[in-house]
Design a protein around this ligand. Sequence first.
Ligand code: IVH
Length: 687
Amino acid sequence: MRAAELRRLVQHHADLYHRLDAPEIPDADYDALVAELRALEERYPQLAEPDSPAAAVGAAPSELFAPVAHDIPMMSLDNAFDIGELRAWDARAASRLDRPVGPYVCELKFDGLAISVRYERGKLVRAATRGDGRVGENVTHNVATIADVPDTLGTDAPEVLEVRGEVYMAISAFERLNKAREAASEARHAKPRPYVNPRNTAAGSLRQKKAAVTAERELSWWCYQLGAMSGGPQLGRHSETLEFLASLGLPVNDDWLLAENLAAVEDYVVRAEQRRHAHDYETDGVVVKVDDFALHAELGTTSRHPRWAVAYKFAPEERSTKLMDIQVSIGGKGKATPFAVLEPVFVGGSTVEKATLHNEDQVETKDVRPGDTVVVRKAGDVIPEVLRPVLSERPEGLPAWVFPEFCPCPNRSPLVREEGDAAHHCRHPHCPAQQAGAIEHFASRAAMDIEGLGERTVELLIAEGLLTDVADLYSLEVADLEGLERFGSLKARNLVDGIEASKQRSLARLLFGLNIRHLGAAVGEYLAHAVADDLPDDPDAVDDLDRIARASKEDLAEVPGVGPTIAASVRSFFDHPDNQRVIGKLRTARVNCAGPAPPEAGEAARATLADMSIVVTGTLENYSREKAAAAISARGGRAPGSVSGNTTAVVAGASPGTSKLTKAEKLGVPILDERSFEHLLATGELP
Ligand code: IVH
């Protein structure tokens, strides 16, 4: 029976969340389970049970700390998941009052745990968690270690003041803690088990048996609500209360707004969601409270929550979904990257169906398996990520994923992982999956910049037998394309014109476009410039590309910015007869094989990153950290080691630093993959 099943699930997840501070599923999924159970119980009252978990606000307090009965219950809030639900809440309240409800106070909804702190004659005497709303647990000693919670209030403090607020862990403190944990486990040669998120870490930190442990955890506190008070000023409005609490030295977040009408509330809600990542603490919504206390009394409460307030929830950034499969995609240089094929899920403002899993080690560390339910995160514009499996939903005996032995292309050549490399590669020279990647790369904006030649078009042209290598592009004619699926004559003409125009691109771009292992956009430029200054004369060379193609490994390695590894890879590329054939065809098609670029263009290219600050994290395929920094500074940019408000972009390779990514995400700094980085180097434009 669904109701019984739901009760069991809600109970299970509520316990994990409230008692063990270790949730398995995202909040949004939990909310959906509770909503489904409530709806069922409301529709079929005969199914409802007196102790249904849908009725409980939180879970029963754990026995760890002594129980504390709240004088005034600590209720939870009704949720509004969109503007329509916010308006419906307002309309219900207005119809109860028979007049408009405003003004309202809008506050951020901090993602931590609610506590009540009681002061008597200005001295902190007791702090308690919310527990089940009626009875919480005594956490006075632990709360007293939090720097934001004053031990004493000024002399004008009321006789008794019980104030409520949210204990949280700042994101920066959370990152510091995880870093320390990582260092400690490295020292023990153990696998690092990072804390999952700031909220649960804050909750766990507050429930420590030793206050000294809590004290080390850098917790913070925002207070936002008055509980019991005697002997204080007559307060008639919530806005006055916030001002009063702040005047006593209590930490009230400044971001609140007195909104005259619902339109102003809606405006606040939209802006708060947009600025969500600009704070050093997590917020998951906006709390809207009716300002006038007289109206609170008139509106009253339901059994669960007050009618004078509502929690508007932001779109969830974490959702769970089914991991249907793990497949590998083959890049232009044969790199095999595993990616998650997900049951489509709407998260962080868009539908996510695929997410990269980077490499074999990442899949193993995360222990995600096809058939698992997994938690997916997508914050704002950031690349979606599979965080972890929901182990309680893992079917019994579900096998771990193994990296495929063979390339998915019809050649089925082996995928090899070389010593010291995190990635697998297909090394087959005629791998169509690789060919498609190589042609897309050749056409990309940072290389030959051929408009209209995206992934699907390339696949189509390969399938039609019109393309086998990049040089075939130059024999395409309008007549070949017209009539193909999705091709009209205009589109065919535009593509052919675009291909024709690409013949004039610089030698540096051509070199980069050829997809030579280890040769990124920057090295393409170094080599193109080296033709004039650094390579020995060669009277037999037919053009500049040929001079590079004929240069010895030693001469190539001498070129500044090249070195022995790239030199070896350039040499082996030009030694391969297939590549010689392709280059011959390019030359016949009159693709520009002469360089370097005219000096003015060269100078302009050099300054493409003027005033930009670009942080590189993780392992890139074509650039060591030093080389990436050199490429950035050669173009007038800076490459500092940490993300700040001045950072223009973060470039993330395999196994990137999560704290850098989180910070970038928080500051709204774009995160680029290696392709986009090369595009940035070549054009100075963020994609
Ligand atoms: S007022 C009766 N204000 O959200 C009203 N709560 O679902 C009491 N929260 O239990 C709460 N930020 O843990 C209020 N600015 C804010 C809040 C806030 C976060 C939490 C709090 C509360 C839950 C309600």
